[in-house]
Design a protein around this ligand. Sequence first.
Ligand code: GLU
Length: 374
Amino acid sequence: MNRPRLADFRRIVVKIGSSLLIDAAAGRVKEAWLASLVEDIARLHGENRQLIVVSSGAIALGRSLLKLPRGALKLEDSQAAAAVGQIALARTWSEALGAHGISAGQILLTLGDTEERRRYLNARATIGKLLEWRAIPVINENDTVATTEIRYGDNDRLAARVATMMSADLVVLLSDVDGLYDAPPSEGRSANLVPLVRRVTPEIEAMAGSAGSELSRGGMQTKIEAAKIATTAGTHLVIASGKVEHPLRAIAEGARCTWFLTPANPVTARKKWIAGSLEPKGTLTIDAGAVAALRRGKSLLPAGVIRVDGTFARGDAVVVRGPDGDEIGRGLVAYDAEDAEKIRGKSSSDILTILGFAGRSEMIHRDDLVLARE
Ligand code: GLU
């Protein structure tokens, strides 16, 4: 495949680095630049694409608002600065998107939310709902509570994880560099931009240099890490300059940038993960009607389940078997075993009365289900 076109993608995660958004010297948001970016976002959104924003800038904005001295901040200082900055950041996005009639929904995530299956399902459902409502999720790390052990620390990888969680087909990392160069600037020879990477090899990783060794390529390592996460899960990733106005339009018009291509398709990659890498914790036996519905691409509803075996928690993988015991598929179940037992055979509209809370109407959503013959 050659260089893809922005128009080819349906669900796009756009990550914006702090230095693009915040004018550190003046201590404020670069409003004109943001307005140009949001215009691009609104255009893509208007073309019926789904956009997810991952925005840095809470710490940078907080430190300006609090007039903290320059230089590195201690962890607790940056967490407190983020507490102040995040409010301002959220308002900035809400106003900028609101100017185009688009609602922004703030989501603050920590590592556990994307790595732990139960929380993962919740975060995914919330972001999915915002997209369904045509709002734009604006995501940042929850810097104020994330401890060193559970921090991403950088929004490049956070953006890639969000993209894989949401089966996005593209991540755009807007940065202060326009892509990956084939040699560190310190080597003194002129370096060339690499326009297309088909596979992240050790040679490609070496081009990123060592972390923090040179200011000018600071952060390239985490971008390569992000590219690995994204492309393994079926998501393309592009690193492009955000230093121009209308940075997304610039990519669409062929600006210099580095594309990392994935050989896979995001939905297929996710399904592979469900089918292959998860150990099933239980079995749902379903009736013939449900087998037929699943084969027509429907979700599994509680009404079709005739038997629940095993000890599983919401979000665990389970095997789905037909009435005669044949494996029909595997999926991530939306209820704990105990609750699944209570609602099996029942109509989804009775879930609230039976369980006392309004859970999902599906026992396994079709996006979380892989059929044995797929
Ligand atoms: N979450 C941090 C912030 O909003 C930014 C992390 C990063 O720049 O990668 O300030």
